[in-house]
Design a protein around this ligand. Structure first.
Ligand code: SF4
Length: 179
């Protein structure tokens, strides 16, 4: 019965328009963008290269715990960061671990363009971190906006940033690698 009803009703999900629709941001149709976020982003990111900028080095003689906070990403950054724990990069062997709570975090790794509702969450997470409160931003969206809200110690460019670039920034920040 439900099957017959479903077949009769057909698909009710709104389809993405094939033709250019003036009510939708033009960037959604920009097929030459080349970013791996499938043009879902409306920010018009300009960063492509995985450049690393480390502003402060804090040598760590213990394991380092990282709290990842997505304040409004398109999800591509999340996918790259999740690879840090995969066998190809395996950050655990280098002493880096993800933590689900900012209270246990040495590093706050922020991705995405902060939405209005996530700005207080970002500030709260920063407040809850123990010193020395290291902040890393990864990706064009975060690099542009986060430093206007909290102090940033390292930035990794790219849209999305490559996991190896993030790993290099973490190693440089914690004094474990000096290129
Ligand atoms: S920087 Fe990350 S969140 Fe922003 S558009 Fe690029 S992939 Fe998406």
């Amino acid at each position: 019965m439900w099957l017959a009803k479903g077949l009769k009703r057909g698909t009710i999900t709104t389809k993405f328009p094939k033709e250019e629709d003036k009510s939708i941001p033009k960037s959604l149709y920009d097929k030459d963008c080349g970013f791996s976020c499938f043009n879902s982003c409306m920010n018009g990111c300009e960063e492509r290269d995985d450049e690393i900028e480390v502003r402060r080095k804090i040598p760590f003689n213990k394991s380092v715990h990282i709290f990842v906070l997505d304040v409004g990403s398109c999800s591509s950054c999340n996918r790259e960061i999740s690879l840090l724990g995969a066998p190809q990069y395996d950050m655990n062997r280098l002493g880096f671990f993800f933590t689900p709570v900012p209270r246990h975090a040495d590093i706050l790794l922020v991705i995405g363009e902060p939405t209005e509702k996530m700005i207080p969450v970002l500030k709260e997470a920063y407040e809850q971190m123990p010193k020395p409160k290291i902040v890393v931003t990864a990706g064009a969206c975060a690099n542009e906006k986060i430093e206007k809200i909290i102090k940033v110690d390292a930035r990794v460019s790219g849209c999305p940033p490559q996991p190896i670039a993030i790993l290099k920034a973490l190693l440089m920040l914690t004094g474990r690698w000096n290129p």
